[in-house]
Every structure is written in C-alpha cells, then in structure tokens.
Design a protein around this ligand. Structure first.
Ligand SMILES: Nc1ncnc2c1ncn2[C@@H]1O[C@H](COP(=O)(O)OP(=O)(O)O)[C@@H](O)[C@H]1O
Ligand SMILES: [Mg+2]
Length: 292
C-alpha cells in the first residue's frame, strides 16, 4: 500500500490569458498529495490518503474525487466545525497565481491518531513538501508518518514541491531531513538548489534523484549515472498537477518492479495523459501506460 498524508484542497481555476473576465471552473478536488494519490489509485496501486476535510459539500467533492481513483479514504479526518480548504488559481500566460483559503479550515486538522497503523503497513510513503506549509498538526503528522514508515522499512519518496520562502525555518529543516531519508527525490528543476540540498551528495549516498523540467522531460540521477527522459510532445490542456501525476506514474511503475529510468518513462507517459485533461483529478490513465 502507498501512503500519502497531506492537504486536501478543493480548487477553482480560471485562465485569464485571453479573456480577463474568464469565469472560474470548479469545484475540483485537488491538492498536490491528493492528486498523486488519485492518479496512483487509477493506475491500480492500493493507496491510502490521510487528510482533512469539513463535513460540507466541498468535503464531499474531495472524498468523491479520491474515491473515483479507488483511494482508501477511511482515514480522512472529517471536521464538524471547520470547512474544507479552497484555493482560487488564476492562469495568466505562463504564470499561475494561487489564492489559498486554508487558514482555519479542516485541511490542517490531521493528527497522529488519524494515521492509525498505516505507516507500519505501507510499502511506500510519498510526501509532497506542500503538506508542511498549511499549518499544524498536519505538518508534524505528515513528518511522523514519514519517519515511522521509514523505520518500518517502506520506500520513501519526497517531492519538495514548495518555495523555501513559504516554509518557516523549522519546517524547512524538517523538509531537508525528509529529503535525506528519501530513497527517491522527485523535485522540479531548481527546487533542491533553492533548499540548499546537494543532489550529488544524496545520489552518492544511494538515493535516486529524478528531476522534472516541464516540457523538457525529466532526468534520473542514480548509481549508474544520469539519464535524460524526454517529455511526450503535444499541446497541454491543463498542466496543473503534472508533477503529481509524474510522481504517481513513477511510484506505480517502481512498485511494479521498474528500475528508476523505466519508472521515469512511465511518469512521463502518465503526466502526458494528465495534462491532456482539464482539472487536476480527472485523468483516467490506462494502467498499460506503466509498461510502456
Ligand atoms: N508542457 C508540457 N509538455 C509536455 N510534457 C509536460 C509539460 N508540462 C509537464 N509535462 C510533463 O509532466 C512532468 C512534470 O512536469 P513539471 O512541470 O516539471 O512538474 P511540476 O508540476 O511539479 O512543476 C514533466 O516531466 C513532463 O513529463
Ligand atoms: Mg514538481
């Protein structure tokens, strides 16, 4: 089982590149960790997601979105007195602006009790660093899950997925520690450098660092050197969540026995399918994409 602990966020999005009055679409079940969980579940991986939602219509959007991906949501923490978190995302050409409405919501109300024994049962734990910026107790719960899964022998992947300025010093140090525990690092270009993490040292210590470059594809650095994997051509419809879909494809393929380069090729194919579909948790990827 793949375990993912992180923020559950319902998104509304609009693209004002061509039309400044373009309306928001949504609500879309979203949030980086939830997207990765959904896509991995669609690919046939048994997945448990632990996150927080309100007992409200948007909480149902979130739960339904995860359930559509066959994600186990029995450990979803449902708050009676706090709403589901939302984000309003505006695309302006190459730029994306995020207006997160997370303060005081259910998203951060995830405790160690909500983990039950999932960390000890997980074969793989995936952390998106974004889970550390939405407050406590979610952030420390996600880190506790990672430490416990690691101690129990699970494979660990970490996608930094966060601007260092968004982290307080303690969270930043905790994310760097998590990256050091990871067997697989899945950063976007520049993210490790921004955190002051030396990818070469982690590779020398045995980790695989798989960096994504948007339309430039991905590179895999590991014991046998660095291999570039090109992206698939085609005009994307919606690149939101591309990195999460890539991570899900990588993890699903690796769990099925693929080596890191083959896993990255699977990640590219799954990400290509995801960005051809509008909405972050809408793609229905063919599990045959894992094998190529
Ligand atoms: N414009 C694009 N064209 C083709 N593939 C893309 C494009 N954007 C993303 N991808 C695919 O998704 C993967 C992850 O995208 P990237 O933008 O690097 O991640 P993130 O969403 O984390 O910023 C890339 O490695 C690539 O395979
Ligand atoms: Mg990324």
């Amino acid at each position: 089982m793949l375990l993912i602990v992180g923020e559950a966020i319902v998104a509304y999005q609009r693209d004002v590149t061509a039309d400044s009055d373009a309306p928001y679409t949504g609500p879309w079940a979203s949030g980086s960790p939830a997207i990765a969980a959904y896509v991995a579940g669609r690919l046939g991986v048994p997945v448990s997601f632990v996150g927080g939602v309100g007992r409200d219509p948007l909480g149902k959007v979130m739960a339904d979105g995860l359930a559509a991906g066959h994600v186990a949501i029995d450990r979803l923490a449902v708050s009676d007195d706090a709403p589901t978190a939302t984000a309003y995302i505006t695309y302006r050409g190459e730029h994306r602006e995020f207006d997160f409405r997370v303060a005081g919501t259910a998203a951060a109300r995830v405790t160690v009790a909500d983990l039950a024994d999932l960390p000890e049962r997980a074969a793989w734990l995936h952390l998106s660093g974004s889970a550390l910026i939405f407050g406590e107790p979610l952030a420390s719960t996600a880190l506790t899950a990672l430490a416990r899964a690691h101690a129990a022998g699970a494979r660990i992947s970490v996608d930094p997925n966060v601007r260092p300025e968004a982290l307080d010093p303690a969270s930043r140090a905790a994310l760097v520690d998590a990256l050091r525990l990871a067997h697989v690092l899945l950063p976007s270009e520049g993210e490790l450098e921004a955190l002051g993490v030396d990818a070469g040292a982690l590779v020398a210590a045995g980790a695989t660092v798989c960096t994504t470059y948007g339309a430039g594809g991905a590179s895999v650095a590991g014991a046998s050197g660095t291999t570039h994997v090109p992206a698939l051509a085609g005009e994307p419809v919606d690149t939101d969540g591309a990195g999460d879909a890539f991570a899900a494809g990588f993890i699903a393929a690796a769990l099925a026995g693929a080596d890191p380069v083959a896993a990255a090729r699977a990640g590219v194919r799954v990400a290509a399918a995801a960005i051809r579909t509008e909405g972050p948790m809408t793609v229905v990827p063919d599990p045959a994409l894992l094998a190529g």
